[in-house]
Design a protein around this ligand. Sequence first.
Ligand code: FAD
Length: 225
Amino acid sequence: MKKNKVLIVHAHPEKASFCSSLKNAASSYFTEAGCEVKESDLCAMGFNPVGDKHDFISLQNPDFFKYQMEQVHAFQNNLFEESLKAEMEKLEWCDILIFNFPLWWFGLPAILKGWVDRVFAMGFVYGAGKGVYDNGIYKDKTAFVTITTGGPQQAYGESGKNGNLDNILFPIHHGMFYFVGMTVLPPFICFSPARITEEERKSELVRYRNYLENMDNHTPVYTNK
Ligand code: FAD
């Protein structure tokens, strides 16, 4: 595999969870493959997910706060506060972006949603002269999600009660990754790790390693190449 730069953004509050084990498995795999790996372990970092005035060293308009306009202004004038800028630099640096998380309320845990709100800033990754989708700036980056669920696989099938996971993941695949031009690989999903046996969990880790080893062969969900 190409010596990629890999960023894993991880959002689980328990380091011994199965979700965290998946994060560790990816980190080990890419490191062994000669890639550089960086992690943003958001819960461990105590990442503040709330997009607000604190994102900025100073404001363009202190009388009326308009978040996207301040993001554009901050990008153009180097006014993002340091810890946010560090996350933006990791995003800019990586070739492969992985969101590793437990499905919470059919979506991203708030801490990870907030990372996107703040890091995928207007002016930095889209807007103010930068395009979106096929004209997005990150056409050379690849992204995918690695998820654990509570519900079993059959609950997420076409006729399952929870609905189709492709629809659930649309806001992430389409509205975040592809929006900024990334190639999006199919998700790796581990259904109900808490309801399967220890042996089955070990098999899931093997299946994940196999998914990673075959990354170049997955048919993308989106690509603009
Ligand atoms: P864990 O309970 O941490 O892991 C299961 C077991 O794996 C543990 O016993 C652990 O010891 C063991 N383990 C850890 N590492 C290894 C290893 N290396 N090898 C073998 N075993 C190991 N679910 C849905 O389906 N849809 C929802 O919308 C949804 N919303 C939620 C909202 C909230 C606020 C919360 C808290 C949960 C929600 N859930 C939902 C459930 C959630 O998605 C699952 O609880 C979670 O994904 C399970 O993964 P885990 O890593 O937390 O499991």
